[in-house]
Design a protein around this ligand. Sequence first.
Ligand SMILES: Cc1ncc(C[n+]2csc(CCOP(=O)(O)OP(=O)(O)O)c2C)c(N)n1
Ligand SMILES: [Mg+2]
Length: 822
Amino acid sequence: MPKNQFIDPDKIRRKGEITFQPVPVNQYSKSLKEERKNFNDEDLVRIYHDMLLIREFESMLNLIKTTGEYQGIAYNHPGPAHLSIGQEAAAVGMAYNLGTDDYIFGSHRSHGEILAKGLSAIHGIDDKSLEDIMKSYFNGSIYDIVAKSYEGSIKGLAKKFLVYGTLAEIFARATGFNKGFGGSMHAFFIPFGVYPNNAIVGGSGDISVGAALYKKVNRKKGIVVANIGDASMACGPVWEGISFATMDQFVELWEGDMKGGLPLIINIMNNHYGMGGQTSGETMGYGYAARIGAGVNRDQMHAERIDGMNPLAVIDAFKRKIKVLEQKRGPVLIDTITYRYSGHSPSDASSYRSKEEMDAWHKHDCIHNYRSDLINNNITDENSLRLIDSEVNELVLETFKMAIDNKISPRMDVDNEPDIIGEVMYSDSSVDAMEEGDPEVLIPLKDNPRVQQIARKERYAFDKNGKPFSKMKQYQLRDGIFEAVIDRFYKDPTLIAFGEENRDWGGAFAVYRGLTEALPYNRLFNSPISEGAIAGVAVGYAMCGGRVIPEIMYCDFLGRSGDEVFNQLPKWQAMSGKILKMPVVLRVSVGSKYGAQHSQDWTSLVAHIPGLKVVFPASPYDAKGLMNAALQGTDPVVFFESQRIYDIGEQFHNEGVPEGYYEIPLGEPDIKREGSDITVLSIGATLYRVVEAADILQERYNISIEIIDARSLVPFNYEPVIASVRKTGRILITGDASERGSFMNDMARNITQMAFDHLDAPAVVVGSRNWITPAYELEDAFFPQPDWIIDAIHTCILPLEGHNAKHDFSDNGNITRAKRGL
Ligand SMILES: Cc1ncc(C[n+]2csc(CCOP(=O)(O)OP(=O)(O)O)c2C)c(N)n1
Ligand SMILES: [Mg+2]
């Protein structure tokens, strides 16, 4: 279905020039006196209070890190503390206009933002709701601690709750906002709209886009702010996130109320340094970070540089920009000037900046200057401000004492419960739809041309006489994935899918053919060529409550989404203390025919990362059942598919692939053929080569092979494999991943350990060679072939009478190759 956007050569070739609008820089010029009509005095004083609380909080941490004590109380905090002393106005100004429906994401330096957003939320929530939030969070366990012997208002209690929950998290206490699983750089508190802060510089750059997409697609109230550093503007996730967020299609192709930009503000907390590198003048070339917006889209991202040393300038800017978002004209880029007096971390000697510079910025200190302004304008007086000062000091001291008290604030008991961290790795739930409601679809399922076409196919590959049906007639593996995916689209209104060529093309390998007809753009769309953002946006979408299927076109491109797949997707459920869920099924297609950069099987890399579930079906029956199970769950699943077998028919399940819904539990290997002499455990598409090898071994050597298809890598149930080895006493493990460091080696090690007494020979691995994948014509020299499997059995497991091995699986061969790194 073409897009109907005519690319007119006559227009495109016409002479012209690109013009830019000026990017405003520090245009705010109102005095506090002028602002008095926009704020009441109480609010103006509250701004002071909030800035001061952040400063005292951060100063306390600074003293602990640098002197080992605060107010005479010794404490050793070995963990990180990236402080934002000096940046308080930027944080408080950013948060001032935001409510609980508005989400902020941050960085390693976000304590101030957590407090600012939390305080702003507390101000806006009524007492009853505040109490409900505190009493329901982790069953009221934090509430019980802070409410004990507290006398005062609910808002005061909520403030104590906020400061204590954040600090206990920083100190890795089980009573922290994330049970101590997050810590300083990852602390957050969702009920106040504080979403994950990210220790990976720029990590929030694409995750926040996913959150904004969630709000837009699911018609949720509120906006999303990504607070990221000036140095993070060089990071891939930020650029890819911005590219994703500014796609023309939101305005040009999305329809009805979905037309319009994302409700997102990328807010650069521009303190001029990335550790010691100066972003303007040294490590970047943008001069003004706001300049970046000008090149990105026609609206220049409404980019603006604002004065983050003045809270009122920041409040003014956010107010104006929120309006832009409400008019669906986002996203917006704000370059908020600020300065940190504190070092990058407390051990930083600030050798990269002069005393003169630091002194100059101290003269612009946001708290000092704002305080004087309040007094000079008679908004309050010195005595009242002193009361605030001492109230803030008391709160920080009291919560500090509580947070370091092992009785009040214990750590997770890893001595008595050594597996406690394992308990938070997965949510392991089964959920039809992430939200109630009617899924938005364009046609009834039965009217779908692909559905109708599949209905005419043979769901088992062979006829009554065992003769295969033609390829066109066979229900293929890609049909199995399609059926599971479209079924979920008609069940779960939050489900969306995106990736390169996902829409009109039907997916690069025709898995999605028929989906375009069924779904509006807001549920299925083409992404930019941004593999990082494809995964990162999915992470943000899922952590806000939606289900999502991002797709990586070739496994090799996973390298481009390394951070998102290795650091973000697997970790947030655990780092949240199990508050967040991550219902993401990341489809990854393992290539063939396209050589070294398009044909790698990286299942082992992914299986290595704690927190991901990993499956690799090799038959249509398994593909449909496993996809159904993956989509029913709420854990991140990396779903590997092989281009070599997208068109394979069902050869094992002789009742054919069921038309209705069924699940195959993740983690259960499947005996594809029973045998008695040798077990072969296979991962992915290698299964069909194992079948060929087994046929030859039976025919020529009368050896009966039991074939087990792993189907999943993580989780994995070893029991059926061990049972098989007990019977055969021998096992060979094979798959398309390069052998060195592979998951197959892991399996061999585990099986050797678990079934040692039953093995008559070592567990042998036949993987791909430890070199590049060559051109298609030479591929057989790289991927395991039937004769390799036979040769390896002959050499290492069971000598075959009269067999001459062509491939060297001997110990000597292995030693020689290992010496050469091959
Ligand atoms: C991907 C990545 N690279 C490097 C680091 C180490 N690191 C931590 S903070 C930082 C500087 C970040 O500067 P900026 O984004 O401007 O934030 P700021 O520290 O100034 O708040 C660096 C290099 C990291 N955490 N993540
Ligand atoms: Mg910086």
